[in-house]
Each structure stands twice: as structure tokens, then as C-alpha cells.
Design a protein around this ligand. Sequence first.
Ligand SMILES: Cc1cc2nc3c(=O)[nH]c(=O)nc-3n(C[C@H](O)[C@H](O)[C@H](O)COP(=O)(O)O)c2cc1C
Length: 208
Amino acid sequence: MHANDSDLEPSSVIDVHDFGEAMFSAITSRHSVSPKALQAPGPSDEQLQRLIEVAACAPDHGLLRPWRFILFPEDKRPVLADLFEEALLERHSQATEEDRLRAREKAARAPLLLGVVVHIDKEDEKVAFEDQIASAGAALQNVLLQVHAFGFGARATSGRAVRTNAFRKALNLHEDEVFLCFLAIGTATRKAKTKERPDPKSLLTSWP
Ligand SMILES: Cc1cc2nc3c(=O)[nH]c(=O)nc-3n(C[C@H](O)[C@H](O)[C@H](O)COP(=O)(O)O)c2cc1C
């Protein structure tokens, strides 16, 4: 669908049955790929813009736009590696050389590395904070699905470093902001591990 056609119903662009089946296949065939198995090439600048464009289509109670993305460019990864090491030492001052190296290595993974940040306003009287976090989750999933549709692999990872003072300070996070996760994106060097999904029957009940 062309960007200018966004006000058109999908059925007026492609057959509604095909659209439904294509969407079902896209969603059910997506599986996360370990950041260790993500190499260049990653998405182009144009594709990155589109990833943010699909994120912006997430449902968003009150149109708060309570989330944003941060790009960690490849030439700044050594700085991120320093930060991961610092974050590790904040949590474990006695970390071994091996632990430090392992923490540093994470910064080099995946050609495209994004961070997802949610601004959580617990004082908002109209929009519950759960709604705000759910909006970020929906934005994240939109990106994961578009990445998959572009033919790349990806995985969301949070980890403990993101909650350290060192990390929060280096990213200049507002006190109401939470670093939800990294999104590592690139060309998968091995097939994504498929996971068995729960039986839909176990996830749906009828009320009362
Ligand atoms: C916000 C968020 C943070 C996550 N953080 C981690 C993490 O730190 N480590 C991890 O192994 N999986 C993490 N996951 C889960 C994986 O990204 C992935 O969804 C999971 O392994 C299931 O795989 P699937 O996406 O193929 O269903 C996180 C998921 C989300 C949504």
C-alpha cells in the first residue's frame, strides 16, 4: 500500500481475503532471532524511517505518544560497550575480566540497534499508565512485524544494564522514562528458532 493510500480500506487496494491471509502468515511466521546471529546488511535509512512510521501507527490512548526510539549508530558502539561495562561494574564491582568482555561484546551485535523508551505518567488522570506501556508494546510489535516483512531478523532484549544509574544517566533519561528494551535488527545468519505458540483455546474465555 502506498503511503498516500493510507485512508483507503485495505479491501480497496488488495483482495480482502489475500490481505487477511498475508497478515496471518506474516504474524505467525515471525520468530525472534538472537542478536548474536544478526549481521550486516541491516535495514537501509529509508527502511529505518518506515520502521518508525509503522511504530507511529500503534494504538495510543489519548494520543500521548508515550514512547520514543533511540538509534545506537554503529560508529558509537565502542562508547556503548564502555557504558555496558560501567553498568556491569555498578551492579557487580568484582566482575571478572571475562564478564566485562561479555558485557562489552553485546554492544557490537546487530547492524541496526534501537532502544525503545516509554514515558510513563502515573499521574495522568485520563490515561492509565498500563495503557501507556501497552502503546509502547504495540509500537514495538509493529516494528518487529515490519522488520520481518522486510526480510530481516530481530529480537527485543532488555537486560539489567538498562536499569542502572550509569545507563540512565548516559542516555539522559527523564525520571518518568523507562528504557523498555533494545531492538537488535539485521540479516539472520541462521534460521530463527520457531517456538510453539499456545493453544488459542487456552487464551480465550467467554464471559460470564
Ligand atoms: C520488552 C521486551 C524485553 C525483552 N527482553 C528480553 C531479554 O532481555 N532477554 C530475552 O531472552 N528475551 C527478552 N524478550 C523476549 C524476546 O524478545 C522474544 O520475544 C522471546 O524470546 C520470544 O520469542 P518470539 O519473539 O520468537 O516469540 C523481551 C521481550 C520484550 C517484549
